[in-house]
Design a protein around this ligand. Structure first.
Ligand SMILES: NC(=O)c1ccc[n+]([C@@H]2O[C@H](COP(=O)([O-])OP(=O)(O)OC[C@H]3O[C@@H](n4cnc5c(N)ncnc54)[C@H](OP(=O)(O)O)[C@@H]3O)[C@@H](O)[C@H]2O)c1
Length: 322
């Protein structure tokens, strides 16, 4: 049985959830991959974080180099977030022949080409399923099971924070500020919610979706983006009276002349639209292909275990090829 050594960069929500799944489901993962594995090193700034997951402190390192350059590491999970140093560390690991799995949509949306080139150079693989829709396996479906299709449209509700806020405002008539505080208390919104409520997180995810669905890279900052901060109770009420809901939609569409349009924007959806029923913190990706027709992927777009599920799925895909 081949043995794979894993290094984890960052041990917060996703790093910790990934570790827990790798430990809990070890027997079935080893059976499915035909490989055994060991989590060799974990980069942490605060070793206290390891205790909550019952991790032996001997696995901790405070140097990313031990993982991205370590001779004893085959596969790296990057879960520190942010564009730097995450991108630099992923590039180094890939060039050193270590495959990388990451949920870091900001780093991937900004640097997808560089990451793919480094993977090629190092004979390694970069996998990014968890970057869009957390636990929803939409990216792998787009690049594998559905890859014989020409896609004409991709629509996504890909930010749980804003979907939660809009759902609470629309269904319960609660004001934006109150709902945002509630979302922060429940852990659905960050202390600084700017990237979510201004649509920046959605633009990162749409950039990735477009790269994979339409083979066209558009930098997140070039995607026309509007968040939810200008949505009033009156807007939501007016939509409700028409039998519609307002949702923050990430949209890309290819017209018959081959022109790709794209935007992130609050849109009014009729009740008959499948995305209209996607409420609270849930996410969905709705895609139209010339052969398959319309397909929708629905589920939890964030959280330690749903996101860890996607990360571990990517780890398994890599292990099966090693
Ligand atoms: N949370 C989700 O549900 C979710 C879903 C999909 C994608 N993602 C993506 O997953 C990534 C990680 O998110 P998260 O929610 O797990 O974040 P998090 O809970 O804040 O965890 C990040 C961890 O990385 C550590 N870290 C950050 N910079 C570091 C550095 N330079 N050196 C060493 N350690 C460092 C942090 O250490 P400290 O504890 O010392 O701050 C923290 O423990 C992000 O790219 C995020 O966008 C998250």
């Amino acid at each position: 049985m081949k043995k794979i050594n894993i290094g984890i960069l960052g041990f917060g929500t996703v790093g910790g959830g990934t570790y827990d799944i790798l430990i809990k489901n070890r027997e079935l993962i080893e059976r499915r991959t035909g490989c055994s594995y060991e989590i060799k090193k974990i980069l942490v700034r605060n070793p206290e974080r390891l205790k909550a997951h019952g991790v032996d402190s001997s696995l901790a390192t405070d140097s990313a180099r031990d993982i991205i350059e370590g001779d004893d590491i085959d596969l790296v999970v990057e879960a520190i977030g942010g564009t730097e140093p995450a991108t630099d560390w992923m590039l180094t690991a890939l060039k050193n022949g270590k495959s990388v799995v990451t949920p870091n949509k900001a780093a991937v949306a900004a640097n997808l080409h560089k990451l793919k080139a480094a993977a090629k150079e190092g004979g390694a693989e970069i996998r990014i399923e968890a970057c869009v829709g957390g636990g929803i396996p939409a990216l792998t479906a787009i690049t594998e099971a559905l890859s014989g299709n020409e896609f004409s449209e991709v629509l996504g509700i890909v930010n749980g924070t804003t979907n939660y806020i809009l759902t609470k405002m629309g269904d319960e008539g609660l004001p934006y500020d109150e709902v945002l505080k509630d979302a922060q208390a429940k852990g659905f919104a960050e202390a600084d919610p700017t990237a979510d409520v201004e649509g920046i997180d959605c633009a990162n995810k749409l950039s990735i979706l477009m790269s994979l669905s339409f083979d066209k890279y558009v930098a997140p900052e070039d995607i026309p983006t509007e968040g939810i901060t200008n949505i009033s109770m009156e807007d939501l009420q007016r939509a409700k009276e028409k039998g519609c809901k307002i949702k923050l939609i990430s949209k890309a569409a290819l017209d018959e002349s081959g022109h790709l349009s794209y935007e992130v924007k609050p849109m009014e959806l009729p009740k008959s639209h499948p995305l209209c029923g996607v409420d609270s913190e849930f996410n969905a990706i709705y895609i139209t292909g010339d052969a398959v027709g319309e397909v929708m992927f629905y589920g939890k777009g964030a959280g330690a275990l749903p996101t860890g599920s996607a990360v571990v799925g990517d780890i398994i895909s890599i292990m099966k090829k090693l």
